[in-house]
Design a protein around this ligand. Structure first.
Ligand SMILES: C/C(=C\COP(=O)(O)OP(=O)(O)O)CCC[C@H](C)CCC[C@H](C)CCCC(C)C
Ligand SMILES: O=C(O)C1=CC(=O)c2ccccc2C1=O
Length: 300
C-alpha cells in the first residue's frame, strides 16, 4: 500500500467499491426495452417494470460483488483498495452476499414469469447471468482474454432488452433489437473505458484486456470510433423509418461523448488522469439511453 492510497478516506473507498453510478447500466436496458414495447403496443405494466428494474440492480450487484471475490483469487485486485474483499477482509462473506443478491434478483424475475404464466424471461435472464459468470468466474474468466466487451454487448443489449420487451408484451420486436445494438455498444464502452488505467496490474496478473492487447493509444482510437458510431446509427434508423424522429433526442448526449473522446485521446497513457473516463462513459450511456427511450415514448 502506498502512502498516497492510505490517505483515501474509508467512506470514499466504500463508495468506490459500491459504485452507485454504475447501476444505471442495469436500469437502461429495462427502460429502453419497455419504452420500445410501449411505443409499439401501447402496453405498459408498471409493476413488472418496477420489479424488473429492482431485479436487474440486484443481479448487477451480484456481478460486481462476485467480481471482487473472483479477482481476489487471481490476485489482480491486490492493489485495489476499493475491492469489497480487501475492504472487509472477508471473502466468504462477500461470496454469500453476492449469492444473496443473485437469488433475490432471480426471485423478482420468477415473479414476472409467474405474473405472465410464461418462463421465457427466466430463460433469457439466466443466459445473461451465465455470460456474467463467464466474464469472471472459473474456469472461463473470459474477461481475462479480452472478451468482456462482447459478453457485455449481448447481456445488456440484445438479451437484456429482449427480456425487458418480452416482460411487457410477451412478443418479440426487430425495432427493439435495433435499439439493443445501440444500448449494447454504449454499455460496452463503459467496460472498455474501465481498463485504461489498469494496464500495469492487468499485465502483472496475466489479464489481456482489450487495452492490454491494443495498447492505450490504439485503444483510444477504437473508443472514439465506437462512441461516434452510435449517432449516425440512430440517424440511419430514423431515416429508414425504424425509429421515430424523437429518438434523435439521444444526440443531446454528444457533449459528453466529445468530452469522453477528448479526455481519453489526451490522457490514455496517464493512469491517474484517465481513471475517471469510465464515469464520463457512464454519463454518455445514461443520457443517450434515457433520451433514446424517451424518444420512443414521445414519438409513439
Ligand atoms: C463486473 C463488470 C466489470 C468489472 O470488470 P473488472 O474486473 O475489470 O473490474 P475491476 O477493475 O473493478 O475489478 C461488468 C461485467 C459485465 C458482464 C460482461 C456482463 C454482466 C451481465 C449481467 C449479470 C446481466 C445483467 C442484465 C440485466 C439487464 C438484467
Ligand atoms: O466496475 C466496473 O468497472 C464495471 C462494473 C459494472 O457493473 C459494469 C457493467 C456494465 C459495463 C461496465 C461495467 C464496469 O465497467
Amino acid at each position: 500500500m502506498t502512502t498516497n492510497q492510505i490517505s483515501i478516506p474509508k467512506n470514499k473507498l466504500w463508495m468506490a467499491a459500491i459504485k452507485p453510478p454504475m447501476y444505471s447500466v442495469a436500469i437502461m436496458p429495462i427502460w429502453v426495452g419497455s419504452a420500445v414495447a410501449f411505443a409499439e403496443t401501447k402496453i405498459f405494466n408498471g409493476v413488472i417494470f418496477a420489479v424488473f428494474i429492482t431485479a436487474a440492480i440486484l443481479i448487477l450487484a451480484w456481478e460486481n460483488i462476485s467480481n471482487d471475490v473472483f479477482d481476489a483469487e487471481t490476485g489482480i485486485d491486490k492493489n485495489k483498495h476499493h475491492s469489497l474483499v480487501n475492504l472487509t477482509g472477508n471473502k466468504q462473506l462477500m461470496f454469500w452476499l453476492g449469492n444473496l443478491c443473485l437469488g433475490s434478483g432471480l426471485l423478482g424475475i420468477i415473479a414476472i414469469a409467474l405474473l405472465q404464466k410464461d418462463p421465457t424471461v427466466i430463460g433469457i435472464i439466466l443466459l445473461c447471468c451465465g455470460l456474467g459468470y463467464m466474464y469472471q468466474g472459473p474456469p472461463f474468466r473470459l474477461g481475462y482474454q479480452g472478451l468482456g466487451e462482447i459478453l457485455c454487448f449481448f447481456a445488456f443489449g440484445p438479451l437484456g432488452m429482449t427480456a425487458a420487451y418480452y416482460s411487457q408484451t410477451q412478443t418479440w420486436s426487430i425495432t427493439n433489437l435495433a435499439a439493443a445494438v445501440i444500448v449494447g455498444i454504449v454499455t460496452s464502452l463503459v467496460l472498455f473505458c474501465s481498463h485504461f488505467h489498469q494496464v500495469k496490474d492487468d499485465i502483472a496478473a496475466g489479464k489481456r484486456s482489450p487495452i492490454v492487447r491494443l495498447g492505450t493509444a490504439k485503444g483510444a482510437q477504437v473508443l472514439v470510433g465506437f462512441t461516434a458510431s452510435i449517432y449516425p446509427l440512430s440517424l440511419l434508423l430514423v431515416v429508414l423509418g425504424i425509429f421515430p424522429i424523437w429518438t434523435l433526442l439521444s444526440w443531446l448526449s454528444l457533449p459528453f461523448a466529445f468530452q469522453l473522446c477528448r479526455h481519453v485521446l489526451e490522457n490514455h497513457h496517464l493512469p491517474e488522469k484517465v481513471s475517471n473516463c469510465k464515469f464520463i462513459a457512464v454519463k454518455v450511456h445514461f443520457l443517450s439511453c434515457l433520451l433514446l427511450g424517451l424518444g420512443f415514448v414521445i414519438g409513439s
